[in-house]
Design a protein around this ligand. Sequence first.
Ligand code: CA
Length: 242
Amino acid sequence: MNAANGALRVLVVEDETHLARGLKLNLELEGFEVALAATGREAAALMLGPRFDAILLDVQLPDVTGFELCRRLRAAKDHTPVIMLTVRAAAEDRVTGLEVGADDYVTKPFVMAELLARLRALLRRQGWERAEAPVPSDVVRFGAATVDFTRHVAALAGEPVELTKLELDLVRYFTANPGRVLSRAELLEKVWMLANYSQTRTVDNFIVRLRRHFEPDPDRPRYFVSVRGAGYKFVPDALPPT
Ligand code: CA
C-alpha cells in the first residue's frame, strides 16, 4: 500500500525501553511514523488522538495487560489492526490474544523481519479492503447470520456479533468460495497474505472463533466444515425450493 496521504502510523506499546527503541528505529527505517507508549495509560492517551494504522501491543505492561487494552479497544468499536507481542508461546496466551480481538501475535524474542512481515501483511489486507470498490451486494447471509462487509458489522439472529478485521476477511473468503475445499496454506496466503507460512494452527484457531460466532452448534459445525486432511469448506444453505 502506498503512503500517498502521509506515512502510515504505528503505535508501539512496550515498556522495555531497549526493545521499544529497536522497534521504533526499524519501523522508521521502513517508512512508518511511530509513536511509543510504555504503559497502558500512555497508550490510551495516544489513542484519543488521530487513528493509528496499526498497533503493536505488548502483553505485559506495568499498569494493565495488553489483553485488557485490546479488549477495551474492541469494545469501543475500534478495529485498528493489533499485533500482540507475547512473552511465551503458551497456547493460552495465543488463545486469549485472539479472543480479545487481536489480529495476530508474535512471540518474544522475535526476529524483526518476521514482525515486519506480519505487520505488512495486516496493512496490505486493510489497504485491499479500502481500495476495493463497494459492490452492490456486499452482504452475505447464511443460517441466522448476516455479515455486512462494507459496514463491518455482523449479526446472528439479530444480535450483533463483534468480528475482528481478520475474522471478517476470513468469512468473506469462505463465502466467496462456497463448497470449495480451502487448504490452510491457501487461507494463510489469501486471507493472512502470508505465503509459505508454516504455522497452520493459526488458521484452526480462527475457524474455532468463526464457529463460536456463527454455528448453531459449534461442536458440530454446519457452515464452516472441516475436510479431513485437506482443510475447510464453507457449506451454504441449500437453495430454497422453487
Ligand atoms: Ca513488557
